[in-house]
Write a protein that binds this ligand. Structure first.
Ligand code: PLP
Length: 394
């Protein structure tokens, strides 16, 4: 039934399960366990649980299941498993499928915690990881080997907003039978068509645009039914990264308004990138949805729109960046993104502080770089605030 709906309808109604009371808003089943009618029923459920039969909230829960089914329908994935955070989803998806001796190729420009999992954790368990510049197909071609098990990348990188060609990288990976895992946070489920473009597994931090109002942590792993139920579920249910039913309810409500929020944020982001282009206090204005971006065409064909984040590189380095941040009145200095509230981050001293200066330079994370997650405030108010802060910084 849900297959014929477009995304906006799916985001409101997909996966809904009503109790005997017929509630309009999804129920929160805040329960760890479930009562069995008889000893035989308990035994039968442990042998094989049916569609609407649950055992323990670490394995699954009706509210969590609604969220999984809604986002799977939205993404065009066969199934999904919800996790406690975006990182529980990223590390769960990778560790569920990998074993010692496996080879992984990953883009180098990653969210800090993703880099930690790929670089530090997997190698401790005997997984070999080769890092490449994700925008350079020649590097992917050279790094992917006949024994490569998986490739991993963020389709739009954080915080320098490089776009990675999902179709092209997937074709290279599939030629050797490798699984393609895409962390698609910056594309958001609104603009993502990652599965039809070749991704096997898509992961989101639901903390970002899915909640969209800065309340709860969450993550989701999307893929084929067999990958989710045979590879991911056994690993996640026994290692404990489950999403709480309360968080699942927040995420369900977040999905209902996500398309309206994200489209408004993307329109504002484009207007801001356009207004600030060529400003004499800025060395670079990075926004994949703006024609000035090096991969604008790829962004257009892959995502349609440019997403909700604009990165600004101030000419005066860290001192100017700090003056700019401190002079802003609407955007808040924080490190989340995808929120209804505009949020500004100085990656070099916060999210990417752990990296060496050389690593930051390699990734284009300069001392003047600011990541601006555009909220749903009035666009003209935001532009006026950014302009006065740039004057104060300069
Ligand atoms: C935030 C983020 C994560 C981690 O998500 P959490 O919910 O904070 O654990 C992973 N990948 C990307 C690209 C992110 O932006």
């Amino acid at each position: 039934m849900t297959k014929t709906w477009n995304k906006r309808t799916t985001a409101v109604h997909g996966g809904t399960r009503r109790s005997q009371y017929g509630e309009v808003s999804e129920a929160i089943f805040l329960t760890q366990g479930f009562v069995y009618g008889s000893a035989e029923a308990a035994e039968a459920r442990f042998i094989e649980a049916g569609e609407d039969e649950f055992i323990y909230a670490r394995y699954g829960n009706p509210t969590v299941r609604m969220f999984e089914e809604r986002i799977a329908a939205l993404e065009g994935a066969e199934d999904a498993f919800a996790a406690a955070s975006g990182m529980a989803a990223v590390s769960g998806a990778l560790t569920a499928m990998l074993k010692a001796g496996d080879h992984v190729v990953s883009a180098r420009a990653l969210f800090g915690s993703c880099l930690y999992v790929l670089e530090d954790v997997l190698s401790r368990f005997g997984v070999e990881v080769t890092f490449v510049d994700g925008t350079d197909l020649e590097q992917w071609k050279a790094a992917i080997r006949p024994d490569t098990r998986a490739v991993f990348f963020e389709s739009v990188s954080n915080p320098t907003l490089e776009v990675i060609d999902i179709s092209a990288v997937s074709a290279l990976a599939h030629a050797v039978g490798a699984t393609v895992l895409v962390d698609n946070v910056f594309a958001t489920p609104v603009f993502s068509r990652a599965i039809e473009q070749g991704a096997d597994v898509v992961v989101y931090s639901a903390t970002k645009h899915i909640d969209g109002q800065g309340r709860a942590l969450g993550g989701i792993i999307l893929g084929t039914r067999s990958f989710i139920r045979k590879t991911v579920e056994p690993y996640m249910k026994h290692t404990g990264g489950a999403m709480s039913p309360f968080s699942a309810w927040i995420m369900l409500k977040g999905l209902e308004t996500m398309s309206l929020r994200v489209n408004a944020q993307a329109a504002s982001a484009l207007a801001i990138a356009d207004a600030l282009q060529g400003h004499n206090g800025l060395a670079r204005v990075l926004y994949p949805g703006h024609p000035s971006h090096a991969q604008h065409d790829l962004c257009r064909s892959q995502m349609g729109k440019g997403g909700t984040v604009v990165s600004l590189d101030l000419k005066g380095g860290q001192a100017a960046a700090f003056r700019f941040l401190n002079a802003l009145s609407i955007p808040k200095i924080s490190n989340n993104l995808g929120d209804a509230k505009s949020i500004v981050t100085h990656p070099a001293t916060t999210t990417h502080q752990r990296l060496s200066e050389d690593q930051r330079a390699e990734l284009g994370i300069t001392p003047g770089l600011i990541r601006f997650s555009v909220g749903i405030e009035d666009t003209d108010d935001l532009i006026a605030d950014l302009r006065q802060a740039l004057t104060a910084a300069g």
